[in-house]
Design a protein around this ligand. Sequence first.
Ligand SMILES: [Zn+2]
Length: 199
Amino acid sequence: MGKGGCRAGAGRPGRYRKTGGASGLDVRWMKRQGLLTPGKSGEVYWSRNGQRTGSVSYVTHTNSVWLSYRSRWREEDWKDYNYPVQLAYTACNYGGGRAWFLCPDCGERCAILYISGRGACRKCHQLVYESQSENPCNRTARGANKIRDRLGWEPGILNSNGWKPKGMHWRTFGRLTEKHNHYLRVSFADMKKRYGFCF
Ligand SMILES: [Zn+2]
């Protein structure tokens, strides 16, 4: 047991495998443990079979949690990470608020931040995992174009979305469109960050 440590996400090997060995930091768990109170700080760590597999130091501010840790992406060198993750609250039926992380990549609400390299929501993390490309803009654009190809849409993410191909189930179409649009949002957000403008 680590000094002042908290063990997180006990035993969900299936989830870890699917997301490429990343440790999941669960905002609901952090809230239950009282770690989201401003001024709190400490360490969260993961372990498997009694072995520590990763840890993250956190400092909680009013609307964000600063995370710092060392991590490596695949065969790359170990890197130090230190960045804030914004918190958001939504009202609950039973009073009180439900806490969320805002994904540092796409800005969407998520309950679990996948930490392997920089933390991100499941969708963004999956993108990074599926491709080793450094540039999220190229990566997501490529992902979007793959889907456009499958749907028979004109290539190029600046082109408008097309129609459902004949013979494809609406559910498949809906799923692919949603994924495509997510790639687009990430691409455009990245372009804006990189170049200061958006198309
Ligand atoms: Zn995301």
